[in-house]
Write a protein that binds this ligand. Structure first.
Ligand code: MG
Length: 264
């Protein structure tokens, strides 16, 4: 009965292991009094959670400035002459935005399906028809313009919808105007990670190196007019913040009888 011997050995071995582990271990408690996280009603995939600010729901430009020459067609805003800026200003945030390049595709490189999402009016996450359209890599869809390419090219064909989900952390400045901490961005393009907490080296102009210049804590989101009739829809944003807390007491241990011990 070889099998039985093997099973018996296994059972004995497990029992021996269990006997060497104490039945109860001390619990670590960090002593922090956290504020309870707010309740949020989630939306269906892609739809805004209950605490989101809806910037475009397919109907009007009420959340935007500069839309005089843009239009709305089939629930999407269509880029016209001039950049669009949100009326409201934002700092740290989570942004969901969907975009579609014109069809049939015309032009090439930077001249094909170009727009951009400027966080805080200054820092461009590139929007470009990068579907079978080569350009310099730190200028293709999902790049932080002239700073870093996306990790992958997940662009869908023109005429279909691309989705960006972005986590933005604002730069912080000292009172004297110097940089305290850089901006950072994490982004997914159609569900694929393209930027993973990338720390920006400054703003994103075409004609000079990036630089930081002290600005307000909150500034508008800007959508770029680069001369192509790009489409946008389902745009929503959530302000993000660090959970509030105070250190109520020093971290400590508690055993299974509720007896507390200090951590040496
Ligand atoms: Mg652009």
């Amino acid at each position: 009965m070889k099998t039985n011997n093997w099973v018996t050995k296994l059972v004995l071995s497990l029992a021996a292991t269990l006997l060497t582990v104490p039945a109860f271990a001390d619990e670590y408690l960090n002593g922090i009094d956290w504020k309870e996280p707010a309740l949020v009603v989630p939306g269906e995939p892609g739809a805004p959670p209950s605490d989101a600010v809806v910037l475009f729901n397919g109907k009007d430009f009420s959340a935007w400035k500069g839309a005089e020459n843009w239009k709305i067609e089939n629930g999407a805003m269509v880029c016209g002459k001039g950049d669009l800026r949100t009326k409201e200003a934002f700092g740290d945030c989570q942004l969901h935005i969907e975009w579609s390049a014109p069809t049939p595709a015309t032009g090439s490189g930077q001249g094909r399906g170009n727009s951009g999402i400027f966080f805080m009016d200054n820092y461009e996450l590139q929007v470009l028809d990068s579907f079978e359209n080569k350009t310099y890599f730190d200028g293709q869809a999902g790049a932080i313009y002239k700073q870093i390419p996306p990790q992958v090219n997940a662009t869908k064909a023109p005429g279909t919808w691309n989705v960006y989900d972005v986590i933005w952390k604002s730069p912080r400045f000292q009172a004297d105007g110097s940089l305290k901490s850089p901006a950072a961005i994490t982004a997914l393009h159609n569900g694929a990670l393209i930027l993973n907490h990338f720390e920006l080296t400054g703003d994103t102009p075409f004609h000079r190196p990036p630089q930081y210049t002290k600005h307000a804590d909150r500034l508008p989101i800007r959508l770029q007019d680069h001369g192509n009739p790009m489409r946008f829809r389902n745009i929503w944003i959530r302000e993000t913040k660090t959970p509030e807390a105070k250190q109520g007491r020093k971290p400590f241990l508690r055993d299974d009888k509720g007896v507390e011990k200090t951590i040496e």
